[in-house]
Design a protein around this ligand. Structure first.
Ligand SMILES: [Zn+2]
Length: 615
């Protein structure tokens, strides 16, 4: 039955059948070995007053067991109104269904008795205002303050909170959508956005490349658009769009650099949607339109590595997809590796090296507080919320593993291998064993003796970073390290630091060199000389604020409050809350700020902050 599916994919995309072996997804109730969704047609109305999407989802089914007549879908907090089977000639029949009790992590399985192997099922439903994958914002929570805003975040398993579907990355489908929304607002989806579309409240979309459910995305708001290249544009709130377009003007150069390394960009357009600051992530690689936090608009392009990262997902993740979250390093490790290659090609090796050194250092620090099993690249996430295990391991250890392979085989062999890997598994969802089979045939087999199976095992299945890992080095950091050492030894005044021309990563290196508990005098001197409290650079800000809390430098508190009230990106705010929670006085301050910030936070950020504060 696996062959039936492979033939279908091969037929539609002209690809040769590939050897991909199924593995159950611990985070989905779906049974794709019995029946798989291969197309989705949405009809949705966006209702801001009710904070609700309502309409229908029509699923086109590929029955792998023709005698089966049970379709199990994932849902979370969806109100199902009716379900019909739709025959090839369009005739409909009402179907019986049950919805399981709600599991706090996985939601409710929707079990539909289709009576026969019907080709289509149409589900009428509406979402809950608490849908975990949608954030509904009042006008006051946006930059302009005039219109409401809504956006989705489907990864890891939140698509099920706004569409009933098989919410597992092992299933891929194409989709269309007809969306109605208040006039004057623009609707953007992970599909063929028309940047010249009239603001008439009536939008139609088509995504013809098959995607996994976590790449389903929608946003509705007062969105302006600026073209930045032949296939790139920026969507953002009117007051942000010009700044964003300037910051992201190198996007076409990044696409060209990635194509040179890994082959043609297969998704036609690459647009960027800049969301309000409450977006819980740095970026989300929704196909054709990356969703991004405004906190990467530093004014000097120093944080556009994030765009390189989301763009890299167009190959690793969106094109070749981890079949379930236990193999997440296949998405994030490959992407972090490709990201660094794009940064190197567009901004030079110095910049790329600095980013590698900081991520290696921070991974080491992070791992010190982790259990051994959490440090493995291939994990067992049975019964575990995939949002919970998020750490630097799949990203930074994963990419380090690939850099290790690159160092042993050399770029002359490794680059063509990676390019061929993306072509071979294009539009498939795979596991680590699938990767390893391909690797042993196409790299190890061709260049034997360079890497042992014990080496591979150490990277994939042992905690920590192997002792034989290549150590990244940045010559520019040597100067920063010397300045930091002299400053901490009292030999160099804060205002004499050679920091006038430091780029963001030089500052990150310096802040990471501060001791566990800097003195208040040191913090004061740094702040006076370099105005770090209140910085507009989010990456510098959160590291600085954590250091101020450790030092007991409470003068920074008003700006900390302003920062964490304004921004909802988890990476930037959760470490500050966690650090504050370590003292009684800090915790009381943090809880008071959180109470004010909470209405503006995304449900995911709320959950993370409440965990950090023990609420
Ligand atoms: Zn990523």
């Amino acid at each position: 039955m696996k062959e039936a599916c492979l033939l279908l994919v091969a037929f539609v995309f002209g690809l040769a059948a590939v050897d991909v072996r199924a593995e159950p997804d611990p985070h989905s109730y779906a049974e794709p070995d019995i029946v798989a969704v291969r197309a989705l047609d949405l009809e949705l109305d966006v209702d801001f007053a009710r904070q609700q999407l309502s309409g229908t989802a029509m699923l086109t089914l590929d029955w792998r067991d023709p005698l089966a007549h049970s379709l199990v879908l994932d849902t979370r907090d969806l109100a199902i109104e009716s379900i019909q089977g739709v025959a090839a000639d369009g005739t409909t029949v009402d179907l019986a269904y049950t919805q399981d009790p709600r599991d706090p992590i996985f939601g409710s399985a929707l079990r539909i008795d289709t009576k026969t192997a019907v080709p289509n099922v149409r589900i009428r439903y509406h979402t809950s205002p608490q849908a975990s994958g949608l954030q509904w914002m009042t006008p006051a929570q946006t930059a302009s303050g005039k219109q409401p805003f809504m956006f989705s975040q489907s990864q890891a398993i939140h698509a099920r909170s706004w569409v009933p579907l098989q919410d597992t990355p092992s299933v891929r489908f194409t989709y269309t959508a007809h969306v109605t929304a208040p006039k004057a607002l623009r609707v953007v989806m992970s599909a063929d956005n028309d940047i010249a579309h009239a603001l008439d409240g009536d939008y139609r979309f088509r995504m013809q490349q098959p995607i996994p459910s976590y790449l389903l995305a929608i946003s509705v708001g007062e969105l302006d658009v600026r073209s930045t290249g032949p296939r790139t544009a920026v969507f953002a709130e009117p007051s942000v769009v010009a700044k964003a377009a300037k910051e992201f003007e190198d996007t076409e150069a990044m696409i060209a650099a990635a194509e040179k390394l890994y082959g043609a960009y297969r998704w036609e357009r690459y647009d960027i949607l800049v969301l309000p600051a409450s977006f819980p992530f740095g970026g989300m690689e929704n196909p054709r339109v990356t969703f991004a936090t405004p906190t990467v608009i530093a004014g000097d392009k120093s944080l556009v590595g994030l765009i390189a990262h989301e763009l890299a997902h167009s190959w690793s993740g969106n094109l070749v997809t981890n079949a379930n979250a236990q193999h997440m390093w296949l998405n994030e490790g490959f992407t972090s590796y490709v990201e660094n290659r794009i940064v190197e090609a567009v901004y030079g090796k110095q910049e790329a090296d600095m980013q590698l050194v900081v991520s290696a250092q921070e991974l080491h620090t992070e791992m010190q507080g982790m259990k051994a099993r959490e440090q493995l690249l291939v994990t067992n996430l049975e019964g575990i919320d995939p949002d919970e295990g998020l750490s630097g391991v799949p990203y930074d250890k994963g990419s380090w593993f690939l850099r290790f392979l690159e160092s042993r085989y050399g770029r002359d062999a490794f680059d063509p291998f990676l390019r061929a890997y993306f072509d071979h598994f294009a539009f498939h969802s795979i596991t680590t064993p699938d990767f390893l089979r391909y690797y042993s045939e196409n790299l190890e087999g061709k260049f034997p003796g360079k890497v042992s199976s014990a080496d591979i095992d150490a990277w994939l299945h042992q905690p920590g970073i192997p002792s034989f890992a290549p150590i990244p080095h940045s010559a520019r950091f040597d100067a920063v390290d010397k300045a930091a050492a002299d400053f901490l030894a009292g030999k160099l005044a804060a205002r004499k630091l050679p920091a006038r021309h430091w780029v963001t990563y030089e500052w990150l290196r310096f802040l990471n060199a501060l001791p566990e508990k800097p003195s208040i005098a040191q913090m004061q001197a740094l702040d006076k000389a370099w105005k770090l409290t209140g910085t507009g650079n989010g990456e510098i800000a959160f590291r600085w604020y954590v250091a101020t809390v450790r030092a007991g430098y409470t003068q920074a508190r008003p700006e900390i409050a302003a920062f964490i009230e304004r921004i909802g990106r988890r990476k930037l705010v959760v470490p500050i809350y966690s650090e504050l929670a370590k003292s009684e006085d800090g915790k009381a301050f943090a809880i008071a700020v959180y109470k004010k910030a909470k209405p503006g936070y995304h449900p995911m950020t709320q959950a993370s902050v409440e965990k950090a504060l023990g609420l």
